[in-house]
Design a protein around this ligand. Structure first.
Ligand code: 13P
Ligand code: SF4
Length: 300
């Protein structure tokens, strides 16, 4: 592994490439990355880089968003089959129907979505900027797609607006039950419960803090508590343990197997051979660019 990590470092220099990794990627990918972060941070890193090649260790919509926001770069993924199931959970017909029926409506699209779904939306959001962006929109009515759990979390904090949902969810976070979390709390009574907003309302209700992966990590680092139950994909434990030596973390949610497709061998392979390239047609990119750029503007 040490040899392969060295080979990846040499290939990055040779190809003028950067590696971006989400906190859910395997530890070996996070260790090899130049930028590690949540979806919002990585989208901004993709815009700002002047490297010729971006190797994106995440799921397909993340690679797509990087390509759309920085189209002159070559975007490679260690495994193009790494997909987010929730990204497909919004129906075009429902968006069109509600647009026709409801006046003063904004379609707000979680970045965990296909480029096609983004192109039907007014603005994209991530879990770390959704509340701020929805609050800033002039529209009173919000169709929040595809994640009904993140949408419900935002709705609680923006009570002045009406929310509609498409019924999508993250299969990784949605299987976590409040009973499981309460069981963990009984086993570790001093632990604080840190939860991603993709978890269900009943899990969020028994949590001490709700935030994106980056926000969960920042909270644990600042907190005076010593133990934490982590209600999000356990890949975050790598950064949590690095930033909070001595603190204890108990993972409660299952792994996202798609994120785990981003192996070090895959990174080496795509740098070496240029395989796993994100290729999109012009119209698809243009349609999704508008709501993504609006997200970047409104989040600042
Ligand atoms: P973040 O916005 O925290 O990066 O979450 C992305 C994601 O896919 C969560 O499942
Ligand atoms: Fe998609 Fe859920 Fe995996 Fe995040 S954890 S990439 S939302 S399937």
């Amino acid at each position: 592994m040490a040899d392969m990590a060295e080979e990846v470092r040499a290939l990055k220099r040779e190809k003028n490439a950067v590696v971006l990794a989400h906190y859910y990627a395997p530890e070996e990918a996070q260790a090899a990355a130049d930028f590690v972060g949540d979806s919002f941070y990585l989208a901004k890193a993709a815009v700002q880089t002047d490297a010729d090649t971006i190797v994106f260790c995440g799921v397909h919509f993340m690679g797509e968003s990087a390509k759309i926001l920085n189209p002159s770069r070559r975007v490679l993924m260690p495994d193009l089959a790494a997909d987010c199931a929730m990204a497909h959970m919004a129906a075009e017909e429902q968006i069109e129907k509600l647009r026709a029926e409801i006046k003063d409506l904004a379609v707000v699209c979680y970045i965990n979505s296909t480029a096609k779904i983004k192109s039907l939306s007014d603005v994209c959001v991530t879990s770390s900027n959704a509340v701020k962006i929805v609050r800033a929109l002039p529209e009173k009515n919000i169709l929040f797609i595809p994640d009904q759990n993140l949408g419900g979390f935002v709705a609680k904090q923006v009570p002045e607006k009406n929310f509609y949902y498409s019924g999508g969810y993250c299969p990784v976070h949605a299987v976590l039950l409040a009973e499981d979390v309460l069981g963990e709390k009984r086993a570790h009574p001093a632990a604080r419960v840190l939860t991603h907003p993709e978890c269900t309302e009943s899990v969020r209700a028994v949590s001490d803090y709700i935030g994106s992966t980056a926000e969960i990590i920042a909270y644990a680092e600042k907190s005076g508590a010593e133990e934490f139950i982590v209600c999000t994909e356990p890949g975050v434990l790598y950064e949590l343990r690095a930033r909070c030596p001595g603190k204890k973390f108990y993972p409660a949610a299952p792994e996202c197997l798609d994120m785990k497709r981003n192996t070090l061998a895959g990174i080496r392979e795509c740098l070496l051979r240029g395989c796993g390239e994100i290729v999109m047609d012009e119209a698809e990119m243009k349609g999704a660019e508008r709501p993504l750029r609006r997200m970047l503007e409104l989040a600042e």
